[in-house]
Design a protein around this ligand. Structure first.
Ligand code: ZN
Length: 421
């Protein structure tokens, strides 16, 4: 029997990591970071007999510790080409934002490219003697994958983060998955129902148009990987009059370049192409001041007004009721974005800002909600045993409860617990 150890993302979101061993050989799925101070990682694993490291997607809570593993092992890294390129970008940014407070340096990030064996969706490849690997589209961000590993005639699925609903950027997760015996599933939004996506998109476009028509500018704070491109595609599809410029700031610029090189992971490569060629790139603080002065739509990280350039725009725009600040993702309690939505004012760098700009939220989720999640999991053939991870404790438990109600065998995975599969 093979042994599966849950190294992280147990009753929490962050530091994902799963270690699978069979007869002295092993594979690792994800090795992410949790943004504590200092950043925390899953426990280190023995790397001598590691046959491969598999990465579900580029987000740092899944990829943030990968260079630490690669510097100690010559095992190959298996992921899609889009994940390989996006994760290098995010890892370089992580070294910058954590001021080097991570267990590797920029030289090690080069290993992500050097040791990577790019894998396409649906392609099956052997790993060492006992393992066989297949990636399926997860629909979460471009290049994201669900990881299926066959060992001893059994099949284990690691869902990573997934979204069964398609968006303007991502095709939805692979429907009709093959038979599995064990499923390790995320549970981020196991307690939430998302409104229909078209409604949220319409609401976003309406808010943007209202703002522009009254002579204001719309600031959309958005994460640079995935969310910014989705917003660009939504605006492109909605025929916003050409007289209103669309500015793109921060990491989104480099991400655009990467995604244009990997069109196979996009819902509509043409739509992103058109959106990219229409947008105006912001390079420095002079461009920022000019953009606010001229007016238009500004897409800038960070999505919760914490870091990135979005807080610079916020300072220039907060006291004019013509402008609007539109949040498009969940705002973690304690971030400036959450504070602003709850109270209409915010403290940034010890200064309190009273805000007269229009504050709105149109949440575009990149995870399935509780209904979509359950629906997809119940359709996996083979009556698999479920382990829930990647959610707050209550979410992990809620998903177990819902699966059990449907007569399925499910349990919450506990930190560093090893189970036989
Ligand atoms: Zn993710």
């Amino acid at each position: 029997m093979a042994q599966l150890t849950f190294l992280g993302s147990c009753r929490e979101v962050g530091r994902s990591g799963f270690y699978l061993e069979e007869k002295k050989e092993s594979v690792l799925v994800d090795y992410g970071v949790k943004f504590t101070t200092p950043p925390s990682f899953p426990d280190m694993i023995p790397t001598d007999d590691l046959q491969g490291v598999i990465l579900t997607h580029a987000h740092l809570d899944h990829s943030g510790g990968i260079p630490k593993i690669l510097r100690e092992s010559d095992a190959s890294l298996f992921c899609t080409p889009a994940t390989r390129d996006l994760s290098q970008l995010l890892l370089r940014d992580m070294i910058k934002i954590s001021r080097g407070n991570v267990p590797y340096d920029s030289k090690d990030i080069a290993l992500v490219r050097r040791q990577c064996q790019a894998v396409a969706y649906e392609e099956t490849i052997p790993l060492g003697t006992p393992f066989e690997l297949t990636l399926f589209n997860a629909g979460h961000i471009p290049g994201s994958a669900m990881v299926s590993i066959r060992v001893n005639g059994k099949r284990i699925l690691f869902t990573g983060d997934f979204n069964a609903t398609e968006s303007q950027l991502n095709p939805g997760a692979r429907k009709n998955l093959p038979k599995h015996d064990v499923v390790v599933t995320e549970s981020t939004y196991a307690q939430r129902i998302n409104p229909p996506r078209e409604k949220t998109e319409e609401g976003l476009v309406d808010t943007v148009l209202e703002t522009l028509e009254r002579g204001g500018s719309a600031l959309i704070p958005a994460f640079g990987v995935g969310r910014s491109q989705e917003i660009m595609c939504i605006l492109e599809q909605s025929n916003i009059p050409r007289k209103y410029p669309i500015y793109v700031d921060g990491m989104a610029r480099a991400v655009n370049d990467i995604l244009v090189r990997h069109p196979q992971y996009l819902q509509s490569p043409k739509s992103l192409q058109r959106a990219v060629s229409r947008s105006i790139t912001i390079h420095d603080s002079r461009d920022r001041t000019q953009a606010v002065k001229k007016g238009g739509i500004i897409i800038s990280p960070a999505g919760m007004l914490k870091g990135g350039a979005s807080h610079l725009y916020f300072k220039m725009m907060h006291d004019n009721p013509k402008h609007s600040i539109i949040f498009v993702s969940y705002q973690i309690p304690g971030t400036p974005g959450a504070e602003l939505l709850a109270t209409g004012k915010v403290v940034v760098n010890d200064r309190e800002f009273k805000v007269t700009a229009d504050i709105r939220q149109h949440h575009l989720s990149s995870h399935s909600d509780s209904r979509g999640m359950l629906d997809m999991l119940l359709k996996i053939p083979g009556e698999p045993k479920f382990y829930t991870v990647h959610g707050e404790s209550e979410s992990c438990e809620a998903l177990v409860e819902r699966l059990e109600k449907k007569g399925r065998n499910a349990q919450v995975a506990e930190l560093n617990e090893t189970v036989e599969v």
